[in-house]
Write a protein that binds this ligand. Sequence first.
Ligand code: NAD
Length: 485
Amino acid sequence: MGSAADFPKIDFTSNFQNIINNALSSTPETRQAVDPSTEELLYHVPLSKQADVDKAVSVAKAAFPAWKALSYDERAGYLGRYADAIEANVSGLQELLMKEAGKPVSNAAGELQFAIAHVRETAKLRIEDDLIEDTEERRATVRYLPMGVGVGIIPWNYPVLLGLGKLGPAVLTGNTFIWKPSPFSPYTALKLGEIAAQIFPPGVVQVLSGDESLGPLFTAHPDVAKISFTGSSATGKKVMQACASTLKRLTLELGGNDASIIYDDVDVAQVVQKIGPMAFMHSGQICMDIKRLYVHEKIYDEFLAAFVQVVKSFKVGGGGDPEAFLGPVQNRMQFEKVKDLYSEIGKQKWQVATGGEPVACDGKKGFFLPPTIIDNPPDDSRIVVEEPFGPIMPVLKWSDEDEVVRRANNTNMGLGASVWSNDIEKAERLARRLEAGSTWVNSHFELSPYVPFGGHKWSGVGMDWGIVGLKGWCNTQASWVRKKF
Ligand code: NAD
């Protein structure tokens, strides 16, 4: 097995094509996505239609029997080599990720490192059969078998991690996989497909780019066995509806409106340093960013003042700015949506602790918005009720435990939630009462390839990652053996 340096380098500045059956595949029409830091059009990418989908699905279906017949160790070997090949191309991928997602260098580098580690660590996971009963008369075993052709539908905020985070578990468990990136961020996915074509047998990993009409072609396709979707709750409902007609299996990783509850016994100076990045990372465009911060009334003023200082220290800038911590909003549509929320500041007379409505800057390009904290708005205000998915959030006051639990749970969302206190037992007790797929004490959005993550309520169906995530890529089979007639 070669070292990372042995893998051929990929050209990251041209030739963005679909990967079907391990070959570059063009389409008659193409489209371009936009660099959100500059609003300049990026490279042309394929505009896939029904014929491209049909071809990719039939190739994936044909590749499935031989791929599933391999052992876990053999499939894990391919994933290990893929991780090496990605690593050999990491600098080109990083440049591309900064451009397509509007990521400052620290965020792009962090996403790639975690994604590569994710592929490597996922390859170490194994699903064992469950032996339920083994007597003289009979044996009952539960097995987990791959489903067939899987499709990963990916959003634009973490285009590499969320794509590879589905690819690894899908192919490790013996499925073949088609990656459908967001039309807003198709570039790294196509190049990761090109790298995969040098590693995997034909049809095991394929990538197709297109516009917003492409996802529904996969959810409707009769030969796709499983859809693993990450995106908004609104689109997730459409995906679920579409999958019903062919009874596809599906996993939905959807939106969040994560609450974080701060007790009055914390060291304020320490905690604001941690909460700041966890609330504003990637300009609020992470499903698991802290989106509602409940601070005990005894420390509220001190906490808010310190939190504002931390947020003010975050430099906003484009991919080319090495000191920037926060980049732009990723696309024009999201920019207009978040700006509409900022426009409520004046209308609703919200108190602004830092930031505020963006000032029109003539001729300045890029979807940049000022990081903004709203000081104790009403619980029924849009900034509390909606997922902003931009660099604006509320800080809210609480005094009674039962009441703050009720307020934190008073939402259709249930992705993550955290409790911060020096009294771990007390914090864990409170965390257990929160309705969310992940809860943390003295942390937020800690993730691991070994631990499943997903949402309760409208934040999702099923979980990705860890053994639970692997089983999501499998059909369960009960196997009975009668030892005596
Ligand atoms: P989106 O729902 O608009 O799009 C997600 C993907 O679905 C894209 O690839 C898009 O092309 C595709 N799509 C759109 N319509 C479709 C349809 N009818 N059928 C099939 N596919 C379709 O989401 P977005 O704006 O790209 O991402 C932001 C949202 O994603 C936020 O709500 C965020 O919280 C959520 N998100 C969730 C997680 C998680 O793991 N829970 C992670 C990241 C982002």
